[in-house]
Ligand binder design. Structure first.
Ligand SMILES: [Zn+2]
Ligand SMILES: [Zn+2]
Length: 209
């Protein structure tokens, strides 16, 4: 059995509606074995975790982590242009996702490759911004640097043929609901169905710190 995880959840520290405590309580009730707080951080629009709130974010997450009966990871969802700011806190974070929320540009492939090579990131989140033609080259780099690709249940990406291809190449997957609301926490059925349909087991999941 693949452990039930949800490694992409937003809290009131960015645009999520639940506090960290509420998130963990709901995740416990829904039978999750491990969750990650992954709030937006150092965003260009200046919302989410910032220089002013990062210490409080990590402190609060550590408190909740200690009280929790399930495994709790402290993460951030970083953006391509501001990855450097997030990396300053790498040693205090369990999980760093890299994402893009803007329009798709052909330059994203090279931006992501450069970030993987120059920073210790863990997961490429909801990768709808990678052109099909670039996937193979990206997989090479992700394999070399041990970076996982997220199965994002909210956006239902990547699409099945890409997931199958990634799996065949031996890349690890992360699983995330991208929850912003209470009802979405632990809602990762799409991802687990995908893994199940491809006959993938626990070894296909990202190694949890
Ligand atoms: Zn995102
Ligand atoms: Zn997100």
């Amino acid at each position: 059995m693949i452990p039930k995880v949800d490694l992409h959840i937003h809290t009131t520290f960015s645009d999520g509606r639940c506090t960290m405590r509420e998130v963990v309580k709901i995740a416990e009730e829904r039978g999750m074995e491990c969750i990650a707080f992954t709030d937006h951080a150092f965003n260009m629009d200046n919302f989410g975790v910032s220089e002013d709130t990062i210490d409080e974010y990590i402190h609060e997450a550590n408190l909740v982590k200690k009280e929790s009966s399930i495994k709790v990871l402290i993460g951030l969802e970083a953006e391509i242009p501001t990855i450097d700011k997030v990396m300053r806190y790498r040693d205090r974070l369990d999980l760093i996702l890299i994402s893009n929320h803007g329009p798709v540009r052909t330059t994203f492939y090279s931006a992501i490759v450069s970030i993987i090579k120059n920073h210790t990131i863990d997961v490429i989140a909801h990768p709808w911004y990678i052109n099909d033609a670039d996937w193979d080259k990206l997989i090479d780099v992700a394999l070399e640097w041990d970076v996982a690709v997220e199965l994002n249940s909210f956006r239902k990406v990547p699409e099945a043929p890409i997931v199958e291809h990634i799996a065949r190449r031996g890349l690890k997957f992360s699983v995330g609901s991208d929850a912003h609301f209470k009802s979405e926490i632990g809602k990762v059925g799409w991802a687990y169905e995908m893994l199940d349909n491809l006959g993938l087991g626990p070894e296909s999941l990202i190694r949890l710190p």
